[in-house]
Design a protein around this ligand. Structure first.
Ligand code: KIV
Length: 273
C-alpha cells in the first residue's frame, strides 16, 4: 500500500472510501474553503476535502458555525470543486437549512450539489433529523453524518467539552450511528468523544467512521486545515496536532515586506518595468 496513492487513484468516490475501510486503509480528510489551498491539499493526496461550516469561524470570524449561510457555503464549495482533481468533496449543509423541514433540507442539498458541483453533503445529528436525511438520500445525494460534538448545537450543549462521557449519551450516540448507517449514509464523522466509544462505533458499523478528537481506532481522521497548519494559534485542543506554524511564517514574511517598502528596498530595478 502506498502512503501517497494520488498517482494510483484518479478520483475518490464514496465507493472507494468504503473500500478503504474494507481493506483497513486509513482515510484522510481536511477542511477546505477556497481554491488555492484546496489545490495544494488535493495534490498532496488528501482523500476527502470537507467544505466545513467551520468556515464560519476560521474564514468569516464568527464565534460559532451558526451564522454561515447556504449561499456562503455554496460559494466556498464552488471554489473548492474548481481546484480539485482527485479528492471527494463533501459540503456541510448549514444550520437552519435542513433540520426542521425535510422539503427545505432537500432544496438546500440540491442547491449545494447543483450550484457547487460537490460530491456529497454532511449533516449534524441523529434520529431527530431522520426525515431530512431520507429525503436528501431519495434524490441520490450522498450523505455523511456527524455525531458527538456537533457545533451547530453548541447552544444546547453550552460548552465545547468532550461529549458522550456518560452512559446515556454514549448509548444514544451508538444508536444514532446505527440509524445513520441504516438510513443509507455513506460515512460518519465522530467529534470529540471518548476513544473507546469511537472504537466501538467504528468496529460495529460497515460504513467508514472519521474521527476528530475521537482517538486512533476509527477508519480515518479529519482536522480543520487552518488549525493543523497553525494559522490561528488561539485554538489548542488536546486532539490537535500542528504540522506547521504558518502564523509565524506569514508574520515574518509580512514584517519583511513592510520593512522593505518602508526602507524603499522594494521594488528594486529588477522588479520594475
Ligand atoms: O465544519 C467542520 O470543520 C467540521 C469538522 C470539524 C469535522 O465539521
Amino acid at each position: 500500500m502506498s502512503i501517497f496513492p494520488e498517482l494510483e487513484i484518479k478520483k475518490i468516490t464514496t465507493h472507494q472510501i468504503q473500500e478503504m475501510k474494507g481493506r483497513g486503509e486509513k482515510i484522510t480528510m481536511l477542511t477546505a474553503y477556497e481554491y488555492s489551498i484546496a489545490k495544494i491539499l488535493d495534490s498532496s493526496g488528501i482523500d476527502i476535502l470537507l467544505v466545513g461550516d467551520s468556515a464560519s469561524n476560521v474564514i468569516h470570524g464568527h464565534e460559532t458555525t451558526l451564522p454561515i449561510t447556504l449561499d456562503q457555503m455554496i460559494s466556498h464549495a464552488s471554489a473548492v470543486v474548481r481546484a480539485v482533481q482527485r479528492a471527494l468533496v463533501v459540503v456541510d449543509i448549514p444550520f437552519g437549512s435542513y433540520q426542521g423541514n425535510s422539503s427545505e433540507a432537500l432544496r438546500s442539498a440540491i442547491r449545494i450539489m447543483k450550484e457547487s458541483g460537490a460530491h456529497a453533503i454532511k449533516v449534524e445529528g441523529g434520529s431527530e433529523i431522520k426525515d431530512s436525511i431520507i429525503r436528501i438520500l431519495s434524490a441520490g445525494v450522498p450523505v455523511m453524518g456527524h455525531l458527538g460534538l456537533t457545533p451547530q448545537s453548541i447552544y444546547k450543549f453550552g460548552t465545547y467539552t468532550v461529549r458522550a462521557k456518560e452512559e446515556e449519551e454514549a448509548k444514544k450516540l451508538f444508536e444514532d450511528a446505527q440509524v445513520l448507517q441504516d438510513l443509507g449514509c455513506f460515512g460518519l464523522v465522530l467529534e470529540k468523544i471518548p476513544a473507546s466509544l469511537a472504537k466501538k462505533v467504528a468496529s460495529n458499523l460497515r460504513i467508514p467512521v472519521i474521527g476528530i478528537g475521537a482517538g486512533p481506532d476509527v477508519d480515518g481522521q479529519v482536522l480543520v486545515t487552518h488549525d493543523m497548519l497553525g494559522i490561528n494559534n488561539e485554538f489548542k485542543p488536546r486532539f490537535l496536532r500542528k504540522y506547521a506554524n504558518l502564523n509565524d511564517i506569514i508574520t515574518n514574511a509580512v514584517r519583511n515586506y513592510v520593512k522593505d517598502v518602508k526602507l524603499e528596498d522594494f521594488p528594486n530595478n529588477n522588479e520594475s518595468y
